[in-house]
Design a protein around this ligand. Sequence first.
Ligand code: SF4
Length: 503
Amino acid sequence: MIRHDYSRVDPKRRTHIDPKKRQFAKAEFQQQNYEHRLNFYILPPTAEITLEEFETWAINRLKVLSELEACSFRNRSPEETSEYMTSILNKYLPLRSNSSRSQSLQDERKKDHYSHFILRLAFSATEDLRRRFSRLETMLFRLRFKDDDLRERQEFVRSLNLEWEEVKEDEKRELRDELVAASRSKKGEEQDWFKVDWERVPELVEQRKVLLKRGKAYVPQREQMSLVVAEFTKRLDEALELTARALPRLDEDDRLAPILSHLSQSFNAPDAAYSSSDASIDGLSIITANAIDTLSQNFPLCMQNLHMTLRANSHLKHYGRLQYTLFLKGIGLSLEECIVFWRRSFKLMTDDKFQKEYKYNVRHAYGDVGGDANRRGRGYTPYSCQKILTEPVPGPGQAHGCPYRTFTSDNLTSLLQRVGINDRDVLKTVKEDVSKQRYHVACNRVFEHTHKREIKKVKDDGTWSATDLDTIVHPNTYFKRSWLLKHLGEGNAGIVNGEKMEE
Ligand code: SF4
């Protein structure tokens, strides 16, 4: 197995590093023992991990960050966000407290630590990426800080040595009245206080949430979180600047550069690997060419647009055919039925022309022809939203791509109305999402609107968890989820991702 310590540069190359850059070449390695659940990510990781771990851990963290971002785009309240994120975090980035006595504490913390640093590398290149990363990491930190075990949280804060002085009992007694007045509560004397130089808490001073005395701000315990979080952000921002300056050196490693660039692309539209379980839906009988018209009601807008264009013109151009063929393959349409589908759809074309010019491409997409280069007989995988959203925009007469990105605002509204979205608020918010280039958020919004009743039902009866309803980032996930929701109670409720949920 290839192992790689990503924080090091090949020693032979290191000797050639420009002396001016040596300050970045020097790293203070220190073995990590994760005493606390929370982490300020001060020390970079130093142990070896496999390239596979490198990528998987980063993708898992990215999933968490993009779900957090989706929560903020949708204006979910802190309580709603926390509820929604619980199962996402448990699945992708669990982080238990010491009191849980879990055997895997160190592994969980290691994954959390490494994945943070990997994404730090991937997202420090531009100011925009750095700002987004810092904002989302801060959200994640705050979420974890809030639900941390109280005692362990205090131990963690103490370990940070933030130069806060705890206010002793006798001083608390002496300042009793002023503390009570500053805390605007009779409990002012009972709770814990600490003091810092007042310049460090300008926001709290401005909001009059602290007592000012002799150049010190007396901060009540309950305001501690905002202080710790502000410190976390400050340190992360500084570290990101430093990483950005050290980045050019990473080009020296041709194993990491492609992974990092793929990760940073995924930040704009989270990527999703297609899993073969997406092709099989229990309860959905074998799909034939004839069924596609009916099933297209459950397709996302990109595929509905291709389907409608195909029906209107009896033809689709190359990239549209490829995008659609792979999607159909992904929903479980066999190669034979797919050829029948295209043959019938191109009804103005002679059989001879179809056989000579079109059939081969369909077989190629399925891996029936094409040799080794064609993924060892499996053909291409269905495109994810990220792939579709980052392709060049379609030219005249082409219909591939994501309509949320490629259509003008008016045309998008007309298309949505054509597929039955008439709700003014939804159309308006979709427009706003699109203007901010949040295409997949717009798509998820439409999904939630068109499946409102069903989503409420599976949430209320507890048959689906939050991860079964996470943000859709693959057209095939859209289809599968839509089909399952619209066929609830037909013997397949609760079957998500190909697996029946535990009762
Ligand atoms: Fe299709 Fe994804 Fe665009 Fe939705 S966001 S229309 S699933 S490409």
